[in-house]
Design a protein around this ligand. Sequence first.
Ligand SMILES: Cc1cc2nc3c(=O)[nH]c(=O)nc-3n(C[C@H](O)[C@H](O)[C@H](O)COP(=O)(O)OP(=O)(O)OC[C@H]3O[C@@H](n4cnc5c(N)ncnc54)[C@H](O)[C@@H]3O)c2cc1C
Length: 467
Amino acid sequence: MLGASWAGMLAAHVLARHMKSVTVIERDVLPDRPAQRKGLPQARHVHVLWSGGARIVEGLLPGTIDRMLAAGARKIGFHEDVVTLTSHGWQPRFAPRQYVMMCGRPVLDWVVREQVLANDRIHLRERTEAVTLTGDGTRVSGVQVRSLDGGAPEVLEADLVIDATGRGSGLRRWLSALGLPPVDVDVVDAGIAYSTREFVAPPGATAGFPAVNVAADHRERKPGRFGVVFPQEGGRWMVTLSCTRGGELPTTEEDFLPYARSLRDPLVAQLIGSAEPLTSVFVSHIGANRRLYPERLDRWPDGLLILGDSLAAFNPIHGHGMSAAARAASVLDERLGEGDLTPGRAHDVQRQISETVDDPWIMAASKDLEFVNCRNHATDPRLNQNSAGMHQFIDLIARGSMGSQAVSDIVTDVVSMSAPQSELGGSHFLSLIQRSERLPDLTEPPLSPEELAIVNLEPRSAVRAGR
Ligand SMILES: Cc1cc2nc3c(=O)[nH]c(=O)nc-3n(C[C@H](O)[C@H](O)[C@H](O)COP(=O)(O)OP(=O)(O)OC[C@H]3O[C@@H](n4cnc5c(N)ncnc54)[C@H](O)[C@@H]3O)c2cc1C
């Protein structure tokens, strides 16, 4: 197993159900508690685990959700526990249909890792780097590794090698070295960048105040600007401001609040205006949608699979990466359970794993193409056809899910990765959109007097009336 992050841990757990011994190769030292580490820079930014992925993880590792809650995560019901300004206005807080687990990424990783590494079939080798694959174009027989503490490279023989080394994976290079043709890669890059700072949340706010999400409106035809305030364990708010290419992301403490004020609504700025900062500003430029197509190769070596961000990584704003990796682990579990690693089968297993990334891929990449300055290097025909019709349909769905709970429920099922994306093209959904009576638009953030009191804000209507 190459890589011991989210995808690597889930896959190692699955492997250990079917194989005698699993060796996990990881460049970093993994903390023995929830903590940041070098190889996971994205963990400094907001992370959520959607219910679609959470249910899979719970199925693989029963008790995980309770462990996350015990470690301080909050189960945020969609849409009851979130106040969202969508591109089309304020989203009503409908009764929850799905949820996200909301807490720091280090907590999500640690809860899973602690359970997985307790298995004595799994052996972790830290400060060890995968350098290349061994074998040939028909069969991968192992991996060459080197210790970061020095010494000669070493070859580890394996019946199966799984690459989960993330966005920076060397897999395409490694396959070329085995004499295989290049694996196709698509990139759709809206230039997404994240800037994050943590604050002390007001007393009661992490449990009693909703998560806040102010999104961009792509129809303005200018770079998108986004902001979220997410409750975290330890009484903190994690505030991530983000933008698409050209959006002038804040990179200093001085720029942070003015940028929050420049969003389409001042709610994020109002919340953090008087909150005490806990950290400085942390900036990352990792957000392109990038997908490999191993299934397109005419031949694929036995003994090799790829999953997680190595296979496909998405614009993080949609929060789909970890759920996609969970889906892949679940397919791996099924196929290994069927004894499906006999010679000649790896390509088919990989094809099935690759199918699991198609929904999050098309959702994120097609949405990003709506933003100005998005760079499209995709061979996927769905991303190269006349896009006007697709964008009109996306807008129709966005409007529909604000005006009707029934429409919103189906969209939430898809977005939470609990239902396939094809639900949105089904006749039931289309007739629901046409039939639904629209609720009136909300004119201000849907916050109750009790919630406003927690953060010391007045209803806007009262402020306007000069009370
Ligand atoms: C800013 C940001 C916010 C995000 N927010 C969300 C979110 O809210 N919800 C969500 O579901 N997803 C989110 N994602 C995506 C999520 O972070 C990834 O999908 C997830 O981390 C993928 O896990 P992985 O194990 O495939 O890869 P990674 O987490 O990237 O881990 C790769 C691992 O491999 C190790 N490694 C790398 N190279 C080698 C090597 N040669 N040898 C040995 N080890 C190696 C690294 O040290 C690391 O431990 C976000 C991503 C970003 C960038």
